[in-house]
Design a protein around this ligand. Structure first.
Ligand code: PGA
Length: 243
């Protein structure tokens, strides 16, 4: 059985009540073994939120451990601050910073080197889906980004169709089921069946309190990567409760 994970991605938002949100989530998940939770705030909030009973992740890292990289933060630094997970390859990084699959692979390796879990995002654009190339695009992203030492312990996949992110329009259960099955097959080809069976594959893109239960009950969906709805303790906990 793969334990489900609900990951919150706060993006470039710093809620004034950040600590209250994290404390409310911590109180609620205490003693719940069937679901894991991680919250990924912007970098400056990390030291404020670590150690309060919820695992804290980051939204990006540089692929090098240190050096002349103005404005960047390494996976080693994140680990030193108590971070357990790092999102890599999010479509907003790919769009805003022109990050490629190869750069994403280097970040996956960096996370592994620093002993933190990579949450590797893949997903097609609306144009890719219209051209019926969604599976091909996602498979190609995966093939490049999956580093050879990837295991189900050091990596989590997040399928996030770009057109569903922040739009209020989640993918349909059929679209999600088909893509998650394809992703699991690709992982089996790349890393073997035993890694693939245990690998967690999250869905992300307009997951909210109304659609979470249906999405989380789809076979091969092992949790969610939640943006907008993770900025409210009530909404986020409703999704955690849906597990
Ligand atoms: P959303 O974002 O839940 O606001 O659609 C998801 C994500 O980008 O991780």
């Amino acid at each position: 059985m793969r334990r489900k994970l609900i990951a919150g991605n706060w993006k470039m938002n710093a809620p004034r009540d950040a600590r209250t949100i994290v404390d409310a989530v911590a109180a609620e998940i205490l003693g719940r073994d069937h679901v894991g939770v991680v919250i990924c705030p912007p970098y400056p909030l990390i030291p404020l939120l670590v150690g309060r009973g919820v695992r804290i992740g980051a939204q990006n890292c540089h692929h090098e451990a240190s050096g002349a990289h103005t404005g960047d933060v390494s996976a080693e630094m994140l680990a030193a601050f108590g971070v357990t997970h790092v999102i890599v390859g999010h479509s907003e990084r790919r769009n805003d910073h022109l990050e490629t699959d190869l750069m994403t692979q280097a970040k996956v390796r960096a996370a592994h080197r620093a002993d933190i879990t990579a949450i590797l995002c893949v997903g097609e654009s609306a144009a890719d889906r219209e051209m019926e190339r969604a599976e091909e695009i996602v498979a190609a992203q995966l093939r490049t980004a999956l580093a050879a030492n990837t295991t189900s312990a050091n990596t989590i996949i997040a399928y996030e169709p770009v057109w569903a992110i922040g739009t209020g329009e989640a993918a349909t259960p059929d679209e999600i089921a088909d893509m998650h099955a394809m992703i699991r097959d690709e992982i089996a080809v790349a890393l073997g069946a035993s890694v693939s069976e245990k690998m967690r594959i999250l869905y992300g893109g307009s997951m909210n309190r109304s659609n979470a239960e249906e999405i989380l009950s789809i076979e091969d969906v092992d949790g969610g990567l939640v943006g907008g709805a993770s900025l409210s303790a009530d909404d986020f906990l409703a999704i955690v409760d849906a597990v």
